[in-house]
Design a protein around this ligand. Structure first.
Ligand code: NAD
Length: 369
């Protein structure tokens, strides 16, 4: 098992990565569980596979697990389900010093984290991430949110978990498409800040996607180390360091908006294609070579992720795609900071990007590739 500390003044916690963590969830949580009743929130897909080991561990240790099983899917991150969850936690008499267990992917983690942030002005929670995306990204760093009619993740809070248990066994039941989507966020850490890890991904990506346990554990550990370092440096995304984690997200968000945030393009797939576009746009601006941009595209393509915007069959112009970026929540006083590359492993924030130029670039991408 690897243990990665997330160092935050007064709010430090550990991310543990390894096999068998859910089967030992009671032991892993230790004194975080103060009362016999333990609230566990999950979704129906995850419950089918992973309720058993969590239940068994808690029950064997003398706890009484209390389950709330929600509908799977992005629509669960809503006001309505938040209300249902908070009312349920209140009915369960959860107190500030208690911990709620969030067993699932980013949807469950974001929702439960936000409920924990506002319940009695903040109670504890433990992340038990069961998707690759949640293990390498959403469970670490304390961003919590729900979606509203106006857009995704527009209402939320920074609220750090007390512990994260990334059990690699859970990846054995993850659908392959979800695995690939999460892998986009793994490669992202290499592209934005670690050329050696990017090279490792080029060589070992197929093993990670094929379910090779040790390769998966290495990929998750390296990703969490990278995220923990950035979060410790810039917990609330104020200095710009944490903003680098948005590599690929601005282009990706426009593509997700164009496809209606639907199954047509999963978030990780949008990020993957967004990273290719960010690399090609960096080459267009003369920051990196065409060869480096092609290397990024090849790594994304080799993972079975989308690398050509034209292949999406969007039936939209580049300017209309770029217009979605005006509603990006990273918009800051009329400018949209873009994460671009000065090399593989060297991301930086460019605050002087013109959306007209991006629109022209996207027009070319839609036609020429
Ligand atoms: N807070 C953050 O920093 C952050 C970062 C990135 C993404 N996110 C959010 O994360 C969400 C996406 O997370 P996700 O990709 O994990 O999606 P998800 O939670 O919807 O999970 C994807 C699908 O896989 C199923 N599933 C989960 N674990 C499984 C398992 N082990 N076996 C079988 N099926 C399983 C789920 O039921 C769901 O159908 C988005 O809402 C996004 O906004 C948050």
């Amino acid at each position: 098992m690897a243990v990665i500390p997330v160092e935050l003044a007064g709010r430090s916690y550990e991310v543990r990565v390894g096999p068998g963590l859910l089967a030992d969830v009671a032991g892993q949580c230790g004194l975080l569980l103060r009362k016999s009743r333990v609230p566990v929130v999950t979704d129906a897909n995850v419950a089918r596979h992973w309720r058993g080991p969590v239940d068994a561990s808690l029950t064997a240790a003398g706890f009484e697990p209390r389950w709330l099983v929600l509908e799977p899917g992005e629509s669960t991150k809503s006001w309505a389900v938040l209300q249902l969850l908070v009312d349920w936690l209140l009915a369960e008499e959860v107190e500030r010093g208690d911990h709620v267990l969030a067993l699932g992917g980013g949807v469950i983690g974001d929702l439960v984290g936000f409920a924990a942030a506002i319940l009695k002005r903040g109670c504890g929670f433990v992340q038990l991430p069961t998707t690759l995306l949640a293990q390498v990204d959403s469970s670490v760093g304390g961003k919590t949110a729900i979606n509203t009619a106006a857009g995704k993740n527009l209402v939320g809070a920074f609220h750090q978990p007390s512990l994260v248990l990334a059990d690699r066994d859970t990846l054995t039941t993850l659908p392959p498409r979800e695995m690939r989507a999460g892998y986009a966020e793994v490669i992202k850490y290499g592209i934005l800040g670690d050329p050696a890890f990017f090279a490792w991904c080029e060589a070992n990506g197929p093993d990670v996607l094929a379910g090779h346990g040790e390769a998966q554990e290495y990929a998750v550990t390296q990703s969490v180390v990278a995220k923990a370092r950035i979060v410790a440096e810039d917990e609330r995304e104020t200095t710009g360091a944490r903003a680098l984690l948005n590599l690929g997200h601005t282009f990706g968000h426009a593509l997700e908006a164009q496809t209606g945030f639907s199954e047509r393009l999963l978030h990780g797939e949008g990020v993957a294609l967004g990273m290719v576009l960010a690399a090609r746009y960096s080459a267009r601006r003369g920051y990196i070579s065409d060869g480096d941009a092609a290397r990024v595209a090849a790594a994304i393509d080799a993972a079975g992720l989308p690398s050509e915007v034209a292949a999406l069959g969007l039936n939209v112009g580049g300017r209309a795609l770029a217009a979605h970026m005006l509603h990006d929540k990273k918009m800051d006083a009329g400018t949209l900071p873009f994460v671009l590359l000065r090399g593989i492993g060297e991301a930086f924030l460019d605050r002087a990007v013109s959306l007209d130029d991006v629109g022209e670039f996207l027009d070319e991408e839609l036609q020429t590739h």
